[in-house]
Design a protein around this ligand. Structure first.
Ligand code: ZN
Length: 245
């Protein structure tokens, strides 16, 4: 579903469930509304946007207290999580995978930036285990939304990537297709999905936007396609004050 330049996955988190989310397209990313807090999310509540420096690492920023508007979070974070309402957790991606996580039981939300380095290093399962440790989130309760990224159609990787994948992910064969000597097409979204399942998330609780950022220049920026960083897409998730049930 695309509206106002954003894509949502109602099956991942409907609007009446105490959470809002979106995956941005190039028609939304960098829009000043994001910085001002309205963010493309229809909300009458005050919104504080949390945006951090990403480095293709695996560290998670835990926000378990109220945050002041304009507050910054020095450090390098590729995952953000909170149990606070009104905090819009955002990640920026071009071809990397934006992953949003929602725990409707413990009321926790997380946003993850997973490129191949972070994915292979296990940023998604690591984030889930930090959610469990910090907030008591059980993997079986979690909903996972996987956003648009470079697809297996367009993501040929070579030996340096494959050798790390083999070390980091025992089931690596299930997410690659060999194309030649030392080269293969890697399905980053499938890697994230399988890692989440291996961490205990129900298969039926994982939803993906199956759009390739390289194949859809009308919708997405792509470093792979454009050869340069022309822009990034912003994706976000926010707990809302009232759960309409
Ligand atoms: Zn593609």
């Amino acid at each position: 579903m695309t509206k106002y330049g954003i894509i949502t996955l109602p099956a991942f988190a409907g609007e009446d469930e105490g959470v809002r989310h979106f995956f941005g397209t190039r028609h939304h990313s960098g829009h000043p509304a994001v910085g001002r807090g309205s963010s493309g999310l229809a909300s009458s509540e005050p919104v504080i946007v949390v945006s951090v420096e990403q480095v293709h690492g695996t560290d998670a920023l835990v926000l378990d207290r109220p945050v002041k508007r304009g507050e910054t979070f020095p450090g390098n974070w590729d995952a953000l999580m909170t149990n606070q309402t009104g905090l819009l957790l955002t990640v920026r991606t071009a071809d990397c995978v934006p992953v949003l996580v929602y725990d409707p039981v413990r009321m926790v939300a997380a946003a993850v930036h997973a490129g191949w380095r972070g994915a292979v290093a296990g940023i998604v399962p690591r984030t889930l285990s930090v959610m469990r440790r910090q907030f008591g989130s059980k993997p079986g309760s979690l909903q996972v939304g996987i956003g648009p990224s470079v697809g297996p159609c367009c993501y040929e990787v070579d030996e340096p990537v494959l050798s790390q994948l083999r070390v980091g992910f025992p089931d690596w064969r299930s997410v690659v297709r060999a194309t030649g000597k030392g080269k293969a097409l890697l399905d980053l979204r499938a890697l994230v999905r399988r890692q989440a399942q291996a961490a205990g998330v129900d298969e039926g609780h994982i939803r993906s936007v199956n759009l390739c950022t390289v194949c859809h220049p009308d919708l997405f920026y792509s470093y792979r396609r454009e050869g340069t960083v022309n822009g990034t897409m912003i994706s976000g998730i926010m707990l809302t004050r009232h759960k309409k049930r």
